[in-house]
Write a protein that binds this ligand. Structure first.
Ligand code: DC
Length: 221
């Protein structure tokens, strides 16, 4: 479909604090793409589940809680945000130390991943239906491997640990990124991997503008 309509799907994967969000947002702005941060999906869902009293160590209770949650999309600028039961939580709520500590545990549960799978795929149609977007850029851990394995472009971002830790503390966040990456890479369902054939980009030594420039040049070549 993308060949005939020009509509492009771009998948961006990588570990925590590798620059996925800043890079994807800037590319969305430049190329008029709809930006979807699937890490924010898992964070928003974790926040809602914690509020409902869920415990990732007691997964049997989670499917019933998920049934009470209605997912929808709110467009804000170039970003498509997940709303749950009509509510988009504030950034501070989904990036709190508590959510940072719990999100990869909930994200490892099959019921949680299944719950978001169709919703995340459906975002391509949301972008197609809105004339202001020429495509979709979706970032996460399993976008090029599971959600859009046939994306027009698949990128995998990485960076050295010192740079990533410095980025998180510059954001003012408490976050054990190495621990989260380990959990995300070792889980059974949809682990963090560099999808086969993805273009690897080392964001450690490069300023944001250079990463954006590099990726945009590949997409528009
Ligand atoms: O991108 P982020 O650091 O905000 O993501 C938060 C967590 O969500 C991450 O530790 C693992 C999970 N996640 C996932 O399992 N799959 C995705 N596609 C995106 C995020």
């Amino acid at each position: 479909m993308s060949e005939s309509s020009g509509f492009k799907i771009i998948a961006v994967d990588g570990g925590a604090a590798t620059g996925k969000s800043s890079t994807s947002r800037a590319i969305a702005e430049r190329l008029k793409l709809m930006h979807v941060d699937t890490g924010a999906h898992y964070r928003t869902l974790t926040y809602a589940l914690l509020n409902a009293g869920a415990d990732s160590a007691a997964p049997n209770a989670i499917p019933a809680l998920l049934e009470s949650l209605q997912l929808d999309t709110t467009i804000q600028g170039r970003s498509a945000l997940l709303s749950i039961n009509g509510h988009v939580p504030a950034d501070a709520q989904i990036r709190s130390p508590e959510v940072n500590a719990k999100v990869s545990k909930f994200a490892a549960l099959e019921s949680v991943r299944e719950f978001l799978f169709q919703y995340q795929r459906s975002q391509a149609q949301v972008a197609r239906d809105l004339a202001e977007f020429t495509g979709l850029i979706m970032e996460g851990r399993d976008i090029g491997s599971i959600i859009f394995p046939n994306a027009d472009f698949r990128f995998f971002l990485f960076a050295d640990e010192a740079t990533r830790a410095a980025r998180r503390s510059n954001d003012g966040q408490t976050d054990s990124i190495a621990e989260r990456d380990k959990r995300d890479s070792q889980r059974k369902t949809a682990p963090l991997v560099c999808p086969e054939g993805a273009i690897r980009v080392d964001t450690g030594p490069l300023p944001l503008e250079s990463v954006v420039e590099h990726i945009c040049a590949i997409i528009t070549a």
